[in-house]
Write a protein that binds this ligand. Structure first.
Ligand SMILES: [Mg+2]
Length: 455
């Protein structure tokens, strides 16, 4: 007997098993508010996949992978991810590999006609709670920060974050102690770099960019910076004022403490514990597992880290050690959508909360939203671009406002749910240092290297 003919509702876009990657190109966007290098993967069937390199990173991290992807079937997401995985690393260096992974997920979803969250096993929720980051620019007092946060709440946000750290108390006499001249050296380097950029002198720019880089990369325990009682009083008063304005019911996380050592972090955690904070983020570098364990044991406020960790293994180390109460991975550093799902599952199994860092364009945002929809447990996803009016205009999106009153409704459209990109908007915000928009990347097709990790 003949088999009955089955009408499949999917695959109106493409023949998935015949799909092949034909090109990968870049739009290097700035001011969103970060630098966001967007990735477009073209195929032999006319469908396009969208990805993005981690905020602030260079598109070269994605382009160097092109030779390994041309001619391959993008639906074989995990197979291709494992091929390129060795070229990812922590922080911004995860950005090429992860940016490609989300573009592959977008293509696989489009090819089969299903939303990307379905590729992760389906969704646990229809909408994603966004938390709104608020930096300190122009907010010299806790009251002014509180008023800025209150505005966020009035816009519909149900979870907030602010910065608090040594930058806010530098101007207060006697608030910081450091090896004499060290703080002034940093301020002077910043000033010299600004002057060099203004003058356009390439040698001065090169010199002060590198000196600044070296200075900014002195890890927390090596700076010798300490907060005095005057400084702790000022920081505590700042948080007290914030709570006075926004009340105690709104969840409020804190980030960007500055490069201070563990003992000062513990003292600060004690100072602010009565202000009912959601988490303290990246107080010490994530690599120092033992220090995070000490901090977590000393603090009654949840300790969080994770936006600079590549792959599940780094999270396992921290979770197994009891170093964190909340993990905070970035999809464009942690290995992408599939890896994020594994990380979130591991955290949930060990009683650790899951939130996500995100400071990128609507492409990474929608990839993160689909991913968070597929987590069993989830607190909130970060949003940095609330004050960038053209942020959503970068993409063609038929499902309303992406971040709508502090929430993202997950669309059922194929892939990430983004229909196209608006090149006129992208051109307006193109990195001035970029040669153009979606230019040929032919030169990256063929360069070769023997990359095997063993002999
Ligand atoms: Mg952060």
């Amino acid at each position: 007997m003949d088999s009955p003919i089955v009408q499949t509702p999917f695959n109106t876009y493409s023949s998935p098993s015949q799909l092949k990657i034909t090109d990968i190109r870049i739009a290097d966007i700035v001011g969103a508010p970060m630098r966001c290098p967007l990735i477009k993967i073209s195929t032999n069937q006319g469908i396009e996949g969208y990805g993005e390199v981690r905020d602030g990173a260079d598109p070269i991290y994605a382009l160097m992978l092109k030779r390994l992807l041309i001619g391959e079937n993008p639906c074989e997401v995990d197979r291709l991810f494992r091929r390129i995985k060795q070229f990812g690393y922590h922080a911004r260096q995860g950005g090429g590999v992860c940016g490609i992974e989300i573009a592959l997920m977008d293509l696989a979803g489009k090819a089969y006609g299903i939303p990307a969250y379905q590729l992760l096993g389906g969704k646990f929720r229809d909408r994603i709670r966004m938390y709104c980051d608020t930096d300190v620019n122009g907010k010299d007092t806790g009251t002014s920060m509180g008023l800025a946060l209150k505005k966020r709440a009035e816009q519909g946000y149900t979870f907030l974050k602010m910065d608090l750290g040594i930058n806010q108390i530098r101007h207060i006499s006697g608030a910081l102690s450091a090896p004499i001249g060290f703080l002034e050296e940093g301020a002077n380097l910043g000033k010299k770099l600004a002057e060099a950029r203004k003058s356009g002198d390439p040698e001065a720019i090169r010199y002060y960019t590198n000196r600044n880089y070296d200075y900014q990369n002195i890890p927390h325990p090596q700076t010798g910076i300490h907060i005095t009682e005057v400084g702790f009083e000022a920081l505590e008063e700042y948080v007290r004022q914030v709570r006075e304005v926004i009340g105690y019911e709104m969840p409020l996380a804190i980030d960007h403490f500055g490069h201070i050592g563990l003992e000062d972090c513990i003292k600060l955690a004690h100072r602010v514990e009565k202000y009912n904070l959601a988490w303290l983020e990246d107080m010490v570098p994530w690599q120092y597992t033992e220090q995070l364990v000490r901090l977590s044991r000393a603090s009654t406020t949840p300790i969080a880290t994770g936006e600079d960790i590549y792959l599940k293994e780094g999270f396992m180390t921290l979770i197994d050690a009891g170093a964190v109460s909340v993990i905070h991975p970035d999809l464009l550093t942690d290995g992408g959508m599939l890896e994020s799902k594994k990380i979130a599952d591991y955290a949930s199994e060990h009683g650790v909360g899951v939130a996500m860092h995100m400071a990128e364009s609507p492409i990474a945002c929608m990839a993160a939203a689909h991913t968070c929809a597929a987590f069993e447990h989830f607190i909130a996803l970060e949003f940095h671009s609330n004050d960038v009016p053209w942020w959503q205009d970068m993409v063609q999106y038929k499902h309303g406002t992406i971040v709508d009153h502090g929430w993202i409704q997950i669309p059922d459209a194929p892939g990430l749910g983004i229909d196209g990109l608006n090149d006129e908007v992208l051109l307006e915000h193109l990195n001035p240092a970029a040669p153009g928009l979606w230019l040929s990347t032919e030169e990256w097709n063929k360069w070769s290297s023997h990359d095997r990790l063993w002999s």
